[in-house]
Design a protein around this ligand. Structure first.
Ligand code: KG4
Ligand code: ZN
Length: 332
């Protein structure tokens, strides 16, 4: 049995968790997330300097609360991608802990962490699994043939899906973070009212693009000028539907090519109810047996439990503190 302390500080959440690996069983013993949303709200997005400062204030209390007197066997930390000033707080804290306690340490890619949020509860996805990562910093499709064989199929050529939600929410004056605000505003809105573009659906590759959609919303809001609540709701609903059509369309297209046994969602945008429902429905229509997986709600946005679960499946990557470095542009 091994207990893993996981630390995540890549963006605007200071998070720590303890994961227990017992044979094939992986269990979350604790998961603590200190959100900085209130600090960044007034800027309409994450303000990097403020994020690093808040991480350095929160890291010790958050880790202490997650540990609750447990002495972990292994330390896992997100090494990238993310904001370098934010990553450095978690990475240096984890390295110092590994150095002083002489424990092994594992560096985890943030996207790998999001993928493993699908291994938080049974039934686990079966291989090959097709995984759609949709967050504020990344949107892409990944084919996972085994825990050791993970192939990125394509990614966004411009904005991430979550970024589009955040920018459109700002345009509509709905506040930050945009995803939950848009999905709330979309309730009761007419998702057919505005014909926003569905980029890349006519292409065979597995890449995404959301900048055209964002610009289309910008032009629509400029044309309307002062808008009623009803119009705002219609724009939110039409935008959300365009994002869902792109994400579901590209995932199903890739599914026909790779015939996965499981299809999984992960990342902040996978909290979106419409996306969960519409993707689930289309996966159910595939002409072969495919299971559909979504992470528990609390593991969709950034957290350390997913980093610890990823580490539990990659314990062979244990190393010493001097081999771990933060990398803002780390690739999967
Ligand atoms: O995974 P995450 O916490 O951070 C990154 O790794 O980027 O994702 C945050 C993103 C934000 O852009 C936020 O607007 C979006 O996830 N998000 C949502 C919802 N909840 C969070 N997007 C759509 N619908 C939601 N319910
Ligand atoms: Zn994330």
């Amino acid at each position: 049995m091994q207990q893993i302390l996981a630390i995540e500080t890549s963006c605007d959440e200071t998070a720590a968790a303890v994961i227990e690996k017992n044979g094939r069983n992986v269990r979350i013993l604790s998961s603590v997330v200190a959100s900085q949303i209130d600090l960044h709200k007034k800027f309409g997005g994450v303000y990097p300097e403020i994020a690093s400062r808040a991480h350095s204030e929160k890291i010790i209390p958050v880790v202490e609360e997650a540990l609750n007197k447990i002495k972990p066997d292994v330390i896992a930390v997100t090494t990238g991608p993310g904001l370098i000033g934010s990553l450095l707080i978690g990475v240096n804290f984890a390295k110092t802990l590994a150095y002083t306690t002489k424990k092994p340490i594992i560096g985890i890619n943030h996207w790998l962490g999001h993928i493993y949020s699908n291994w938080a509860k049974k039934p686990f996805p079966k291989f090959p699994a097709l995984i759609l990562i949709v967050s504020g910093g990344h949107t892409g499709l990944v084919l996972m043939k085994s825990h050791k064989d993970i192939v990125p199929l394509g990614e966004t050529l411009d904005d991430a899906a979550g970024e589009a939600f955040d920018k459109v929410a700002k345009l509509l004056g709905l506040g930050y973070p945009g995803g939950p605000m848009i999905s709330k505003a979309a309730i009761g809105g007419d998702n057919l009212k505005f014909a926003f573009p569905r980029s890349m659906l006519d292409r065979k590759d597995h890449n995404f693009s959301f900048s055209g959609l964002k610009t289309a919303v910008l032009y629509a809001t400029k044309k309307i000028g002062k808008m009623s609540l009803k119009t705002k709701k219609d724009i939110a609903a039409s935008f959300q539907q365009a994002v869902c059509d792109i994400l579901v369309g590209k995932t199903i297209q890739a599914a026909y090519e790779f015939r996965p046994k499981s299809i999984c969602l992960c990342g902040g945008v996978s909290a979106n109810k419409e996306l969960r429902e519409q993707m689930g429905k289309e996966v159910g229509r595939l002409p072969w047996k495919t299971s559909f997986h979504v992470p528990p709600m609390e593991l969709t946005t950034d957290n350390a439990a997913m980093i610890g679960i990823a580490a539990a499946y990659h314990l062979d990557q244990k190393t010493t503190f001097d081999n771990i470095n933060a990398n803002a542009n780390l690739k999967l």
